[in-house]
Each structure stands twice: as structure tokens, then as C-alpha cells.
Design a protein around this ligand. Structure first.
Ligand SMILES: Cc1cc2nc3c(=O)[nH]c(=O)nc-3n(C[C@H](O)[C@H](O)[C@H](O)COP(=O)(O)OP(=O)(O)OC[C@H]3O[C@@H](n4cnc5c(N)ncnc54)[C@H](O)[C@@H]3O)c2cc1C
Length: 431
């Protein structure tokens, strides 16, 4: 076991701070939501805005899951290119999901503005950086796919990419002006605050211990109370912790980890050339990595992998060397924060909406792209539950969903990330 002491930058520096009392006693509501991440909080906010009496139960605190741990890139799509989505879902369903995802950043940034959420939102675009010549070919294909959908994207050459990022290691970058960055824990806490202002009730430290349906209503139980509701949204995603031995469906996915490290605030003169435009960056590597700045000028670097096992010293070594490879003068810069989070990766990398009994939905599996999608799926789930129409959802609702070998795949992903980072360090011995 490695000595992993988590220091999550987003939690320690968040400007928003939400507090919800634990659930006490037996309550009745129109809608019960389990899970206080982007999906659950967005659903609570939008349901409350429509006059729905909603109670959300969160096991820990709002933003405890992936929503408080991610990179903060608000993208206008999933990890996979839009044509692949069309191939997987079919032309019409693919086009519907792609259109919905393309407007997800509008939704996120407009909610932030409308509710005054203090999460250092910056709609400065993102840069998808080519780590190799093959990566650049991939970006050319993505460019063509996006332009055919009239998306405002631009392929930068190596020189322009150097000017925008401050590093010369990339072969080019795809700039997407629809995208941007947020500080995710603060965004999630702000969504919860806004939901309560609209009339929702949000209970923290309230782990749900059982869920059942009696033919008329849902019964959601915690150690200190219960909620009886006509409708249910299960929004626990990769942090699902509920022993559903009652036979109720649960999210099925491969848990994949992603870690991040952050420096101290860098001096203002140094920040003049590192991401001067404030874009968030991710790269074309198979084992993807990301980097960005926070609002105080810290530099964050992250990649796939978990920090809580013996082999994770490789990820730590990689982070240090990666920072030095990107910005050689930061070779000895201390890394003050280190944390990781769990991603719910489905077999086809598409999110899933699954029908639960009567008037119940379960949403999970954003596969690493959940800020825009989670906010959007939460919003549309609230609308679907309020109106009884599933057409408003960006994806068709499945009656059930299962996958096999998720444990095996989890080990494969983690071993692959360790091997990739070790190999990268081997190729960069003098960084
Ligand atoms: C490290 C990392 C980096 C990422 N980077 C990005 C990025 O840059 N851009 C992007 O778009 N996406 C990114 N993602 C993905 C994104 O963070 C997730 O898809 C998104 O946060 C999922 O939100 P959610 O609300 O569905 O789930 P979560 O935020 O995981 O929320 C689920 C909640 O359910 C609660 N819960 C579980 N069981 C119970 C129970 N029994 N009772 C009550 N509550 C319960 C948990 O405590 C948790 O708070 C990243 C993810 C990770 C982990």
C-alpha cells in the first residue's frame, strides 16, 4: 500500500460552501434523488424550479464523488468523437445525443451565471493537444467531424500551440471555443445551494441503505429516516454504495481512476507564458493526460491511474517528470496537492439511462465526461419525471443494462496506466 494522503485542491479552495442537515424522520416528497453530484444536484435544481417537491440524499457531502474531483474541463461532447457516437447509436439517436452534448457547456455556464455560482468559470475554450503525429491525424479527423456539424473549432499548428500552451512538446491542438473550465467542487456545491434556494431539500451525511417500491411509491431508507416519493432518480454513478440485494438494478461499469497533482501558485511573470489564455488542456494519448491552471495560478497535471496502491509511485514519478517535460523550469516545483477520483466507464463509453420499476430512472456511465453531460442529464431527467415524457432525454431509456468482467477490466486499465507511465519515463530519462 502506498502512503496516500489525499489533498484535493478543489475542496480546500472552494469559494462556495454548502451544508445540508442529515435526514431525520419519515418524509414524503414528489421526487427522491439519491446522490449529490452534478447529475443529482442539477436534477434537484431543475425539478424544484418546476415546482416539484424534491428531496436529495447524499451519503457524504455534496461533491464527494467524481463531481468534486475532476479536471474541470467543460466539454461539448464525450471522450469519443461524434461520428463514433453515431455509429454506436445509429444516425438519428446519435445526432440527438451529439446535438444535446454540443449545447451542454451553454447550460453549465448559464446556470453558473444565473445562480451566481462562484466556481471561477472561464469560458476560454479547451485545447485538445496532439502528443504525436498520429495524435495530429486523429485531431484532423475530429476537426472534419466537428466542422461538418458547424462547430466553432480550429486546428492550431505546432507554433500556435506553443504560444497558447507555453510548451513546445505538442504537434498541434484542436481548439474548441464552446468549452471552458470550472472549479468543479465549487460548481457542485453552488448547484446544491441554488437547488435549495428554489425549494429543494438536500440532506448530506445521509447514506441510503435500502430502496424499495410497493406498487404505488418508492421508499428510500437511511439510518435516521426515510423518504416516500412517487418518483426516484438514482444518481450515484461511480460512487454507488448501496447493497441492493433486494434485486433492484444498480449501475454497472468498469471503475477507472484518474489522478491529479497541483503546484503552488506560480509567480505572475511565469504565468504570462503558461496558458496565458486560460484554456484547459487534454491530450491525444491512449492513456490520456490533462493540464490546466486554477484561479490562483497553480498548475495541475493529471492522468489515468489510482494513487492508493503500491504501484502508484509510478504515477507520482510520471507527474513530476511530465511537469518538467512540459515546462523544464518547473522541474523542482513542489507538488502540494494530490488526489484521485473514480470514473464510471461503460463498455461502449456511452452514458446509460435505465428505467427502474415505475417512475424511476438511474443514470450513470459518463465515462470521464460528466460536467456538461451530468448537468444536462440531470436537467432532462427532472423534466422527464415532471412531465412523464422520456422524449426530452438525450438518450433512449433502457429497461436494463449489464456488463461482464468489469473487475477484470478495472485491473487491466490500472495495470495499463502504470505500464504506460513507466514506459514514458523510460523514454524520457533525462527530463
Ligand atoms: C479525476 C476525474 C477527472 C474527470 N475529469 C472530467 C473533466 O475534466 N470533464 C468532465 O466533463 N468530466 C470529468 N470527469 C467525469 C465527471 O467528474 C463525472 O462524470 C461526474 O462528476 C459524475 O457526476 P454524478 O453526479 O453522476 O456522480 P458523482 O459526482 O460521483 O456523485 C454520486 C454521488 O452519489 C453519492 N452516493 C453514492 N451512494 C449513495 C448512497 N447509498 N446514498 C446516498 N448517496 C450516495 C456519492 O457519495 C456521490 O457524491 C472526471 C472524473 C474524475 C473522477
Amino acid at each position: 500500500m502506498s502512503a496516500y494522503v489525499e489533498r484535493n485542491l478543489w475542496c480546500e479552495t472552494a469559494a462556495e460552501s454548502f451544508a445540508g442537515d442529515p435526514l431525520e424522520g419519515d418524509r414524503v416528497a414528489d421526487l427522491a434523488i439519491v446522490g449529490g453530484g452534478f447529475t443529482g444536484c442539477s436534477a434537484a435544481l431543475h425539478a424544484a424550479e418546476q415546482g416539484v417537491d424534491v428531496r436529495l440524499l447524499e451519503a457524504e457531502r455534496v461533491g464527494h464523488g467524481g463531481s468534486g474531483r475532476n479536471v474541470g474541463l467543460v466539454n461539448a461532447g464525450l471522450w469519443m468523437p461524434p461520428d463514433d457516437i453515431g455509429e454506436l447509436l445509429g444516425r438519428e439517436a446519435g445526432a440527438k445525443l451529439n446535438r444535446a452534448l454540443a449545447r451542454a457547456p451553454d447550460l453549465v455556464f448559464s446556470l453558473i451565471e444565473r445562480h451566481g455560482i462562484d466556481c471561477h468559470a472561464a469560458r476560454n475554450g479547451t485545447l485538445h493537444c496532439a502528443h504525436s503525429k498520429k495524435g495530429l491525424r486523429e485531431l484532423r479527423s475530429r476537426l472534419a467531424q466537428q466542422l461538418s456539424r458547424d462547430a466553432p473549432v480550429e486546428l492550431l499548428d505546432a507554433e500556435h500551440t506553443r504560444a497558447r500552451t507555453g510548451t513546445g512538446v505538442f504537434h498541434g491542438a484542436l481548439f474548441d471555443e464552446r468549452a471552458g473550465t470550472i472549479e468543479p467542487f465549487a460548481y457542485c456545491q453552488g448547484l446544491a445551494r441554488a437547488a435549495v434556494e428554489q425549494g429543494a431539500r438536500i440532506h448530506e451525511s445521509s447514506p441510503v441503505t435500502s430502496i424499495s417500491h410497493d406498487g404505488n411509491a418508492w421508499h428510500v431508507q437511511t439510518a435516521t429516516g426515510s423518504v416516500t416519493a412517487r418518483a426516484l432518480l438514482l444518481a450515484t454513478n461511480a460512487y454507488h454504495q448501496l447493497d441492493t440485494d433486494t434485486g433492484m438494478a444498480e449501475p454497472v461499469f468498469t471503475p477507472v481512476h484518474f489522478f491529479q497533482f497541483a503546484t503552488r501558485p506560480l509567480p505572475p511573470e511565469r504565468l504570462e507564458s503558461i496558458l496565458p489564455g486560460g484554456e484547459g488542456c487534454w491530450d491525444t494519448g491512449t492513456v490520456m493526460s490533462a493540464f490546466r491552471r486554477d484561479h490562483e495560478g497553480r498548475l495541475l497535471v493529471g492522468s489515468l491511474g489510482a494513487l492508493d496502491h503500491a504501484g502508484s509511485s509510478v504515477h507520482r514519478g510520471w507527474a513530476r517528470k511530465k511537469l518538467a517535460a512540459l515546462f523544464p523550469d518547473l522541474k523542482s516545483e513542489p507538488l502540494e496537492y494530490a488526489w484521485h477520483g473514480r470514473i464510471a466507464m461503460t463498455a461502449d463509453h456511452l452514458p446509460k439511462i435505465v428505467r427502474l420499476n415505475d417512475n424511476g430512472l438511474m443514470i450513470f456511465g459518463y465515462s470521464g465526461r460528466g460536467i456538461g453531460p451530468g448537468t444536462l442529464f440531470g436537467q432532462t431527467a427532472a423534466e422527464a419525471i415532471a412531465t412523464g415524457s422520456e422524449d426530452v432525454l438525450p438518450l433512449a431509456v433502457l429497461d436494463n443494462y449489464s456488463e461482464r468482467n468489469t473487475g477484470l477490466r478495472r485491473r487491466f486499465f490500472e495495470a495499463g496506466a502504470v505500464a504506460d507511465h513507466a514506459a514514458w519515463m523510460g523514454r524520457h530519462p533525462f527530463v
